[in-house]
Design a protein around this ligand. Structure first.
Ligand code: KIV
Ligand code: ZN
Length: 513
């Protein structure tokens, strides 16, 4: 593959994806995802925004120290302190990249930065030079490029390439672009900038109009050779271009697109599941490539066609993207080694034997209730065990709910708060409502419930329910997770997990604010 035929896949699930409200991840969760991205042969992993918080710095550093095959990148504003912090976090990387950015649209320069265009150019050049003193691989982004003026973009890009930027990223920060016009912008930039051949042009599209993937593909047709994207399209507001859609569109329509990626597509579905279970953001069933229905044929005519000749209705195979035909993996008699090995294949490893033992005990309990254990069960069970282990303050001791036709449901529960047991009792419009009110009687958190969702982890009525509870308090949003074959217990656990996360009160800076 020549560099002209190859599109670099830059995954920003751990940075822009994490900017999605409620999607914050711990260092260990980020490491698990980074390992899966490496297994999938992602070219560049944007591991975080090192200066945002100590936690972010440590995550970028841990990923830089662990990942060997992919380039590991940290975001930084065009500020000395940001760049130095990014460089420090990446010091031990096998292959590291500093990604620095500044806004270039009139509206951002005037109101957000309160800087003149000349000052923006000088800051950009200074930032790129400073980054190049720390590392060879430097990317520069023009934030809000899709609302920036062409002449100004040409001017700043030419200068930052001269200063040493190897990748020039053109973000559609607010999801404003439309494909044909965005493609033209990319083509014109590449054609007009005299030193354009010294850099790779990249795009980073947000999905506010549902056009992120279409815009990215239009940019590739116009000469972009890096696409920034996220697993499941996670990201600020409506999200980023989804990695799985970009990669499979380039592969399936190679006849038109004429380019390839290095992605091992069979790792796509495991990556999607991992990101969904870590963040608690379920994947909609009709989501392209990774939705549960993406390869399911419901109508009789379609089923008949697929049975006669698969390609009548399928343009890719389920196996190509990592859907296993038989996903039953473990059962009641499976041992600890098989349990650990399967989880490692799914991208999860245990930091300590104690962690493995706790998860294995959970697995045995689940196997007693449910005969067939699928990959999804394992991932839900591990997330749930980790959420509980991370729960410092509140822990569920017991729960009784009575629910009967014609009667108001009542929940009685006991919760350990800082080691002391408290009892709560409440009725509610349904058993979950009663349960949450009983918890609030104890916690008195004053948090607002924003989302309550239950996702059946597998098929069948013995499935575990994976519950996401999103709470908001004083502008801070967290997602709590809980999994159990009893969805009321899963709901209580998810609510308590969210309270524990609110309690942790992690402060971090947002790069674009
Ligand atoms: O959307 C955006 O503009 C970004 C940049 C920081 C690349 O995320
Ligand atoms: Zn972005």
């Amino acid at each position: 593959m020549s560099s002209q035929d190859r599109v670099i896949i830059f995954d920003t699930t751990l940075r822009d994806g994490e900017q999605s409200p409620g999607a914050s991840m711990t260092r260990d969760e980020k490491l698990r995802i980074a390992r899966q991205l490496e297994r999938m042969r992602v070219d560049v992993i944007e591991a975080g925004f090192a200066i945002a918080s100590v936690g972010d710095f440590e995550s970028v550093q841990a990923i830089a120290r662990t990942i060997k095959e992919s380039t590991v990148c940290s975001l930084s504003r065009a500020l000395d302190a940001d760049i130095d912090r990014a460089g420090e976090a990446l010091r031990d990387a096998n292959s590291g990249r500093i990604h620095t950015f500044i806004a270039t649209s009139p509206i951002h320069m005037k109101y957000k930065l309160q800087m003149e265009p000349d000052q923006v150019v000088e800051s950009a050049v200074r930032a790129v030079k400073r980054a190049r003193n720390l590392i060879d691989d430097v990317e520069f982004s023009l934030e809000d490029a899709s609302r920036s003026e062409m002449d100004f973009m040409c001017r700043i890009i030419e200068r930052v390439i001269d200063a040493g930027a190897r990748t020039i990223n053109i973000p559609d920060t607010v999801g404003y672009a439309v494909p044909q016009q965005f493609g033209q912008v990319i083509g014109e930039l590449i054609q007009r900038i005299p030193n354009a051949d010294k850099a790779i042009f990249s795009v980073h599209c947000h999905n506010d109009l549902g056009l992120a993937v279409a815009n990215s593909l239009a940019a590739v047709s116009a000469g972009a050779r890096q696409v920034e994207c996220t697993i499941n399209g996670l990201g600020e507001r409506a999200g980023n271009a989804s990695l799985e859609e970009i990669v499979m569109a380039l592969r399936t329509r190679r006849d038109v697109m004429g380019v390839e990626t290095s992605i091992d597509t069979t790792q796509i579905v495991p990556a999607s599941r991992l990101v969904s279970s870590v963040t608690g953001f379920p994947v909609q069933p009709n989501k392209a490539i990774v939705g549960a229905n993406a390869f399911a044929h419901e109508s009789g005519i379609h089923q008949d066609g697929v049975l006669k000749h698969r390609e009548t209705y399928e343009i890719m195979t389920a196996q190509d993207v990592g859907w296993n035909t038989n996903r039953m993996v473990l059962g009641k008699h499976s041992g600890r080694a098989a349990f650990r090995a399967r989880l490692e294949e799914l991208g999860t490893s245990f930091a300590t034997d104690a962690e493995l033992n706790t998860a294995f005990t959970r697995f045995k309990e689940l196997a007693d209730k449910k005969h067939e254990i699928f990959d999804e069960d394992l991932m839900a069970l591990v997330s749930d065990a980790r959420a509980e282990a991370a729960s410092e303050r509140y822990k569920l001791s017991s729960l009784t709910v009575t629910s009967q036709t014609g009667e108001t449901p009542v929940a009685n529960l006991k919760v350990m708060v800082d080691g002391t047991e408290f009892t709560g009792e409440s009725d509610g419009s349904g058993p979950v409502d009663a349960c949450f009110k009983a918890i609030e009687q104890i916690a008195q958190s004053g948090a607002n419930l924003q989302i309550y969702s239950v996702n059946a982890v597998t098929q069948g009525t013995d499935s575990q329910g994976e519950v996401t509870v999103r709470l908001e308090k004083a502008g801070r949003i967290v997602n709590g997770l809980g999994a159990d074959t009893d969805i009321i217990i899963a709901s209580a656990k998810a609510y308590l997990h969210a309270l524990n996360m609110l309690d942790a009160n992690i402060q971090k800076a947002h790069p674009q604010v």
